[in-house]
Design a protein around this ligand. Structure first.
Ligand code: PCA
Length: 203
């Protein structure tokens, strides 16, 4: 199975982005599947084109996109992407759109293409805290999640979904304001379980 994993570069004053660390580590350590990692910019005006480039280059059958969500206590399987840009902080090139659609005339929302309940069960059985989240926010992660769903319905045939990750302990240790944290090794274990499940059940 050809798998594209996307993470994001650091943003918003965080020195690292666990999603970048995770996809780079998975791509370098997982034989058996054809895995490609792509680190996306936290730049709303560019991220859609970069995602398209990655989809064209790798022609994946599965896309798992990851991003950081400060204050989440568990791996969050996102259920729904909404057609809205309403950034609470500027992106990495200073853009801060408000109440703007991602795709003009696009549907209001898309559901994830991943089997969320099954994946949640798999992670819980491994002792990995995991929740299904009903909002991916209105920033760049929601944007990529929406575009992923939009492209998979209108342009290329692949399954895709978005997963938010908590901060790592090392990242929280650098912050002024503490937040829940989650070791990178446990995120990696969870992501590998998700990949195993998806490849075993791939149709
Ligand atoms: N998290 C941000 C954008 C990039 C990232 O890793 C978000 O949740 O929208």
């Amino acid at each position: 199975m050809r798998v594209l994993l996307t993470g994001f570069e650091p943003f918003g004053g965080y020195s690292v982005n666990p999603s970048q660390l995770l996809v780079e580590e998975l791509a370098s350590s997982d034989p058996g599947l054809e895995i490609y990692a792509w680190v996306l910019p936290v730049k709303g005006k560019r991220v859609g084109e970069e995602l398209k480039d990655a989809l064209e280059e790798f022609k994946p059958q599965l896309v798992l996109s990851f991003g950081l969500a400060y204050n989440r206590p568990a791996i969050s399987l996102e259920r729904v992407a909404i057609n809205l840009l309403d950034f609470s902080i500027p992106d990495n090139e200073g853009w801060k759109p408000e109440e703007t659609p991602i795709v003009a005339e696009g549907p209001l929302a898309y559901f994830s293409g991943l089997p969320l309940k099954e994946l949640q069960q798999v992670l819980r059985e491994e002792g990995i805290p995991c929740e299904i989240s009903n909002t991916a926010g209105t920033y760049v992660c929601n944007q990529i999640f929406y575009l992923l769903a939009h492209y998979s319905r209108n342009w290329r045939d692949f399954k895709g979904g978005f997963i938010h990750l908590p901060c790592t302990p090392e990242l929280v240790a650098q912050l002024e304001k503490v937040a829940p944290s989650f070791p990178l090794d446990l995120m990696l274990k969870g992501a590998r379980k998700i990949l195993n499940y998806m490849s075993a059940h791939f149709k």
